[in-house]
Design a protein around this ligand. Structure first.
Ligand code: NCD
Length: 309
């Protein structure tokens, strides 16, 4: 079955994940060689529809589309007070009338890209929906890990911090467990979803124990914009003291452990600058590079499987 949309990692077959990563790998090499493949999506239209802020995700979809020759249109839709369901369906009707081929959607509501996928002809790619999923982020994280460690199976990955509000954590948990990694989630009880063990992960409420012997330390941003005023965390300084990653904490992980962060980083809140910028341990910039290659692979794959393909 050709992939029609990319809405979530949950439910994806490991074979399909592996194929996307292999194709992305070939795009890493192409990008590094400075060559382009501008005929692949020539005449196709990609619309970036972002209802939430973004720097790297939107830019890298734009770059990926352009490198493959698509016409790329960026629509930044500020969150409005209009009923969101209605707005979304109206938007879907408008986009359908424009005959767009690939629609990249970011939305504060979990499930919004699924709804759009039911209403538009285009292939829909979820670029992050609420606290649900962010599939291309998990794919680029997996590509980064696989290139550095040579595999995903058997690695111990500690995902740390604000698990409850993180679509990055959810997509990574689905992908990494499907590919045979051991996943630990590490953070304060207030930022941990109930029954997270049902996802096949190990829960830790102590940072040192959670990092012990880990191959990968994946830090998450503290997503205050999704917390309301519920007082889920103490001050930033307090958070860093218990849950921040610095060199001393990192020493609990394996000596060759890699440090990751999807960005944007809150330096001094979840991660210390010395660790974030350590060229021997941090692969945060490499994650951004892999993001372009992964999105090229996704656009390539969907343009062959989509309705207009
Ligand atoms: C993430 C997101 O938007 O979900 N950022 C990203 O896409 N690189 C993580 C975050 O906002 O903290």
């Amino acid at each position: 079955m050709p992939l029609r949309h990319l809405l979530a990692i949950e439910g994806m077959h490991p074979h399909d994940i592996g194929q996307l990563l292999d194709l992305a790998e070939s795009y890493v090499l192409l990008n590094r060689s400075g060559k382009t493949q501008r005929d692949l999506l020539r005449g196709r239209t990609l619309i970036n529809l972002f209802f939430e802020d973004s720097t790297r995700t939107r830019t890298s979809f734009e770059l990926a589309g352009k490198r493959l020759g698509a016409d790329v249109i960026n629509m930044s839709v500020a969150t409005s007070s209009v009923n969101k369901g209605e707005t979304l369906l109206d938007t879907a009707a408008t986009l359908n009338a424009m005959h767009c081929d690939l629609l990249v959607v970011r939305h504060a509501q979990s499930g919004a890209p699924d709804l759009l996928a039911q209403k538009v002809e285009a292939a829909v790619i979820n670029a992050g929906d609420g606290t649900h999923e962010h599939p291309t982020q998990a794919l680029l994280d997996a590509l980064t890990i696989r290139r550095r460690k040579g595999r995903l199976a058997g690695l111990t990955v500690a995902i740390c911090g604000d698990i409850a509000h993180s679509r990055v954590a959810r997509s990574n948990i689905h992908l990494l467990t499907a590919m045979g990694s051991r996943v630990r989630v590490v953070g304060p009880p207030t930022l941990m979803p109930a029954e997270i063990e049902a996802f096949g992960v190990e829960r830790h409420h102590d940072m040192d124990a959670g990092l012990d012997g880990a191959d990968i330390v994946m830090m998450l941003r503290l997503q205050r914009e999704r917390m309301g005023d519920g007082g889920l965390v103490p001050s930033a300084r307090e958070f860093f003291r218990f849950w921040g990653l610095d060199a001393a904490r990192l020493a609990r992980a394996r000596p060759d452990a890699l440090v990751m962060h999807p960005g944007p980083m809150n330096r001094g809140v979840e991660i210390d600058s010395a660790v974030a910028d350590d060229p021997l341990r941090s692969v945060i910039r490499e994650q951004v590079e892999m993001g372009v290659a992964v999105r090229m692979a996704v656009l390539d794959t969907l343009s062959r499987g989509g309705a207009n393909g």
